[in-house]
Design a protein around this ligand. Structure first.
Ligand SMILES: C[S@@+](CC[C@H](N)C(=O)[O-])C[C@H]1O[C@@H](n2cnc3c(N)ncnc32)[C@H](O)[C@@H]1O
Length: 262
């Protein structure tokens, strides 16, 4: 099915101090625009890089490097990337959502294991390459993005497993909080989320934020998800200074806030 029409990019408005402004960045979908908070004031305080960072979309840098990145992502296997959490993936055929699916490596592996897989990927070039590379697998590709996943959420789907591999660091603090609540709302009773948090230097031209296990666990508990796995590991691609936290989360019985929430 063809992708729905995208929001037409427009020129970034002038930034005014003490205001919150939404900017439609080329390559974003409606509802996922960057928010610039007091950027003129902060640019004075923190230097011009602050304003530039916040005016970038989380997808910045992926489109132009898509071919090389797809080759890199496909150079490791699903089993290698997820070796510590393989026991958390459903053993019976289930509905699986892979958010920020990139090349589709994980979506394809999960489809090959008999799961019904939806792959969300907002970067057109990545989605196009991934769809073609894994055309032999039954994967539904959707052009959508966190935090709200507006196109997917409109269908009110439910998933037994949601996978976010190397995506969470693209969201700022407000987006992470909103996204966690959305994820919980997309889970079947007892459903799981497996997500990885990137630690280390930010590659040139990308938009990433520092993310911690502590904050992510607190957000999860507030959204009714409790931790079933928490581990740190080295980078599967061997990049210097890069490490990952891998979290497994499960929707608490009865929904609402988990008892351990602080
Ligand atoms: C580091 S890649 C990871 C790709 C794949 N999950 C993997 O592990 O190989 C991050 C992906 O997240 C996507 N992305 C960036 N911002 C996003 C957002 N707000 N919502 C969903 N995906 C996003 C990018 O387009 C990119 O494909």
């Amino acid at each position: 099915m063809p992708d729905p029409p995208r929001a037409s990019p427009r020129t970034a408005p002038r930034v005014t101090p003490a205001r919150v402004i939404s900017i439609a960045v080329p390559g974003t979908v409606p509802g996922t625009e960057c928010r610039v908070v007091d950027s003129a004031q902060r640019a004075d305080r923190d230097g011009p890089a602050y304003g530039r960072l916040h005016a970038m979309a989380g997808t910045a840098g992926y489109g132009e490097a898509a071919e090389a990145l797809v080759a890199q992502y496909e150079s490791v296997t699903f089993d290698e990337v997820h070796r510590e959490v393989l026991h958390l993936f459903p053993s019976e055929p289930s509905s699986v959502l892979d958010i920020g699916a990139g090349s589709g490596r994980d979506a394809a592996a999960l489809a090959a294991r008999g799961h019904r897989v939806v792959a969300v990927e907002p970067t057109t070039e990545m989605r196009t390459l991934g769809r073609s590379l894994h055309a032999d697998q039954d994967i539904e590709w959707i052009d959508d993005a966190l935090p709200g996943l507006p196109r997917l959420s409109a269908r009110q789907p439910r998933f037994g497993l949601i996978l976010l591999t190397a995506v969470w660091m693209h969201l700022d603090e407000q987006q992470r909080s909103a996204a966690m609540a959305h994820l919980a709302g997309l889970l079947e009773p007892g459903g799981r989320v497996i997500l990885s948090l990137r630690h280390g230097p930010v590659p040139e031209g990308r938009r990433m934020f520092p993310v911690t296990a502590r904050e992510t666990v607190a957000l999860a508990r507030r959204s009714g998800l409790h931790v079933v796995h928490h581990a740190r590991r080295e980078d599967p691609h061997g990049r210097p200074g890069v490490a990952w936290t891998c979290l497994g989360l499960r929707l608490c019985a009865g929904g609402g806030t988990c008892p351990e929430a602080g």
